[in-house]
Design a protein around this ligand. Structure first.
Ligand SMILES: [Zn+2]
Length: 276
């Protein structure tokens, strides 16, 4: 039994570390704290509630107070929790899971681009997706292997409401991933090409994430093109990944806009930006 207990604790530690970076350490701390909270009641279910509560309280304090303070001198800052300079998280879970950290110069660029988008297209807010964890170069933000140095940021495309035709700040995907603006019949179909080459993972997100809101939105080519071009015009930005058929459809000429390769996942659901 003791072995099973330790194996379970190790599994939870590894899982929380992979998903939130700091969650595993917080879990261990809450286990130690549990030795004290266990003395407060004889009822098993009350003890379990205390343990769970101590984990969530410690995790919340660390995520929102301690981690931003520690990450800054080590070179990373959090992106905003709520709309700031027209930049916002598409899904608050990114912030809750500590997946919204970037280098300060990338945050500066992200604010500047979002503000320019808002000036050019009033009411526009730019939705950011996964960025990086707060600490350690080389620690990947799964499933994105390259998001490991504070220099990477994913952004949602811009959309229009399919019923009204009005510009929207929403997204057909809950997470911002997996709902794609596919290649038309006459366009280069990279997803098919990569599948034929044997890269089974290339379109995996389209199969596991909900497509139920896809019909509610249409891809906004004009604003998405402007968004990519604004990032491309920043000298600090080194590469931007978007699916090849969208690069040609939008007429994106910058040589920073590249194909990411079949070894990654498709990028006709979001934009990936990285610093030099
Ligand atoms: Zn990315």
């Amino acid at each position: 039994m003791q072995f099973l207990k330790w194996a379970w604790a190790l599994f939870v530690f590894l899982f929380l570390t992979a998903v939130t970076q700091i969650g595993g350490v917080i879990y261990w701390l809450s286990l130690f704290l549990g030795r004290w909270t266990d003395t407060l009641s004889k009822k098993r279910w009350i003890r379990a509630v205390y343990r769970l509560a101590s984990f969530f309280i410690l995790y919340g304090l660390a995520t929102f107070l301690l981690v931003p303070l520690l990450a800054r001198p080590l070179g990373r800052v959090p992106l905003p929790l709520r709309e700031t300079h027209s930049l916002q998280p598409l899904n608050g879970m990114s912030c809750l899971l500590n997946r919204h950290y970037v280098r300060a110069d990338l945050r500066q660029t992200a604010f500047a681009v979002a503000e320019q988008m808002n000036e050019r297209f009033p009411e526009t807010k730019i939705n950011y997706l996964d960025a990086n964890f707060p600490f350690f170069n080389g620690f990947p933000l799964l499933p994105h292997l390259s998001h490991n140095d504070g220099k990477k940021l994913d952004l949602a495309f811009c959309y229009r409401d399919s019923k009204t035709g009005e510009a929207s700040n929403g997204s057909p995907s809950f997470s911002g991933y997996g709902v794609c603006e596919e290649a038309r019949a006459e366009e280069k179909n990279t997803a098919d090409f990569c599948a034929q080459e044997g890269y089974w993972q290339y379109s995996i997100l389209t199969k596991i994430l909900s497509q139920s809101k896809k019909a509610d939105y249409v891809f906004d080519a004009e604003r998405t093109k402007a968004l990519v071009e604004l990032y491309a015009s920043d000298p600090k930005v080194g590469k931007i990944f978007i699916e090849p058929h969208l690069k040609s459809r939008l007429g994106l000429n910058s040589d920073k806009v590249r194909f990411h390769g079949c070894g990654a996942v498709r990028h006709d659901d979001h934009i990936h930006v990285q610093l030099k």
